[in-house]
Write a protein that binds this ligand. Structure first.
Ligand SMILES: Nc1ncnc2c1ncn2[C@@H]1O[C@H](COP(=O)(O)OP(=O)(O)OP(=O)(O)O)[C@@H](O)[C@H]1O
Ligand SMILES: [Mg+2]
Length: 256
């Protein structure tokens, strides 16, 4: 890719029912960066990330303005297929991502669309499921899995596409502590640009050197995760709370 991985300029958006969710969002993520997108419920986090591969925005309805570029390519209708290959989006709700009869079919769906077949496709599916520890569940129907297991399969559907930019909407929610840690190990081992929405502030600190804080449809802070989390006035002004006893200055962050 050439240019920033993600470039969002003056993004304004109102849903079709008239609800204005974004009031002018600007940020840039450079290749290889790992950035957390923080903010209270209803701040506009999901709305922002659903724009990054054209699920929301000028292509699909609602009213808005602004400019989005992925790896220097404008997000326009004619580039949508290319951008969806580059940007892997793990939805907030895994049930929005899984729609095939088996886990294997769901993970194979994207790579098969790219033209992979036979053993190459099987290998890709096995590899992605192994990365999330779900390789023994390939023949199960997604709706027979637990929520946390469905979340891991949803991550695998995106990893199977080997995206250049990985965007995750609350990846650690509803995971048990071991699964949460295992997912952190997976994410920190990937060679991708990462943008991760999370309410899990220690997770943001562990995985992302930089954080963006959004509230009421505007970016209100952009800096080192440690600095944001060490600012109690900033956190309380935007309804963010650290877990009891957690000191962001006593924990080591990502090695970068
Ligand atoms: N489909 C929709 N139609 C109308 N309004 C919506 C829709 N989805 C979200 N909104 C509104 O847009 C605003 C931003 O919502 P968004 O889902 O982006 O917040 P969020 O930061 O992801 O919150 P959460 O932490 O609860 O997931 C909210 O006011 C929300 O009510
Ligand atoms: Mg959300």
């Amino acid at each position: 890719m050439s240019g920033p991985s993600i470039q969002v300029e003056r993004l304004v958006f109102a849903y079709p029912d008239g609800r204005q969710a974004l009031f002018g969002v600007d940020f840039t993520v450079e290749p290889g960066e790992r950035v957390a997108l923080l903010g209270p419920n209803g701040a506009g986090k999901t709305t922002v990330v659903l724009h990054l591969n054209g699920i929301l925005g000028s292509v699909t309805g609602g009213t808005g303005s602004g400019r989005i570029r992925i790896g220097g390519t404008d997000l326009h209708r004619e580039h949508l297929a290319e951008i969806r290959r580059k940007v892997g989006l793990v939805f907030q709700d895994p049930d929005d991502q899984l729609f095939m009869p088996t886990v294997r079919d769901d993970v194979a769906f994207g790579p098969a669309n790219l033209g992979l077949r036979g053993s190459e496709l099987d290998d890709r599916v096995f590899e992605a499921l192994s990365e999330v520890g779900m390789q023994d569940h390939a023949d199960i129907a997604p709706h027979h899995l637990s929520f946390g297991q469905r979340r891991r399969v949803a991550v695998a559907t995106v990893l199977a596409m080997r995206p250049e930019v990985l965007v995750l909407d609350e990846p650690s929610s509803n995971l048990d502590p071991a699964s949460r840690r295992e997912l952190a190990d997976i994410l920190s081992g990937l060679d991708v640009t990462l943008l991760m929405i999370t309410h899990d502030l220690p997770y943001a600190l562990q995985l992302c050197e930089r954080s963006l804080l959004i509230d009421d449809g505007r970016i209100v802070a952009d800096g080192k995760t440690r600095d944001l989390l060490a600012d109690p006035d900033l956190l309380s002004a935007h309804r963010l709370e650290l877990p009891y006893g957690f000191d962001p200055l006593s924990v080591s962050g990502p090695e970068r």
